[in-house]
Design a protein around this ligand. Sequence first.
Ligand SMILES: [Zn+2]
Length: 194
Amino acid sequence: MTEKEEIRRADGCRLPDEEQKKADVKFMRAAMAQARKGAAIGEVPIGCVIVYEGKIIARGYNRRKNDHSTLAHAEISAIRKACKKLGDWRLEGCTLYVTLEPCPMCAGAIVQARIDRVVQAAENPKAGCAGSILNILQEKRFNHQVDLTRGVLQEECSDMLSSFFRELRERLKEEKKARKLAQAQTQSQDEGEN
Ligand SMILES: [Zn+2]
């Protein structure tokens, strides 16, 4: 282990409890700001930040639709940037904040990157791999387990997702209505001409 690695490990990535709680809320808010960037371009609002030595070193948000890529999840994008920044594929000493429980792909990448700690907000009962369906992050048979904190700003992040889906449903309904109306108009025009 190099001296730098030793210091990183000795520091761990947790502050004293109360301070840590405050920091977790602050960084989760930064992840929420990322999620909103996604929502602004029509993506499901999921955001992520990675923190190293008390500072945000990488940010990411879901861009699956815009990038036409299955891989364009918030966490993958942030991990890619953090690796570049630290010049290492290992992200030891880092904490990843994410507004929604990671999917199997992202949970796998988090373990691969040896990220020390994950803080999540909303739970993901349909795809979550930090305890909802599987707990990839803390699977003992893997060579790395993650220190996991759940439920930071859970309600706010869940609300952000549900209002996004509610608005989407309403928009689709409106579009359908408009299409039907346009169809009916063309039909009556055609009938008028006959
Ligand atoms: Zn994912």
